[in-house]
Design a protein. Structure first.
Length: 132
């Protein structure tokens, strides 16, 4: 497959974006909408994680964004846990950074479970808050 050299760096949050982020957060709160932010993994990041368990899987900027808007964060790399480098590569198209059908199916199953678990946790918290 195509390797990205140099590996793109996740940029810091641009301060000019903060008012838009605050507007998103206010909209979510005003309409009482839950929000789930999912960090999408890149092929090279997943392969690097196999060798480097010290590197955080979710960039700090993602947590900052989610906190600012009042969202929950999910780690999309969990969809590919347990795969070796060859298995990870098989989930992506060989000539670019897009998922193939295998990767798409795997991520879809992860999202179904993640959303179900997130909803169950939210329902439990709502129930606790309503119990006198």
């Amino acid at each position: 497959g195509v390797e990205l050299n140099p590996v793109p760096v996740f940029p810091p949050i641009n301060p000019a974006c903060l008012p838009s982020m605050d507007e998103i957060g206010e909209f979510l709160r005003r309409h009482e909408l839950p929000c789930l932010v999912v960090q999408l993994p890149l092929r090279h990041e997943l392969i690097k994680q196999l060798k480097d368990t010290e590197t955080p899987r979710i960039p700090e900027q993602t947590y900052q964004f989610a906190t600012r808007i009042g969202a929950t964060v999910a780690d999309g790399s969990e969809a590919f846990m347990g795969l070796a480098a060859a298995g990870i590569r098989d989930c992506w198209l060989p000539i670019d950074g897009l998922w193939g059908q295998t990767g798409s199916d795997r991520f879809a199953r992860y999202m179904v479970n993640t959303i179900r678990d997130w909803e169950q946790k939210r329902a439990g918290k709502l129930q606790q808050a309503q119990t006198p």
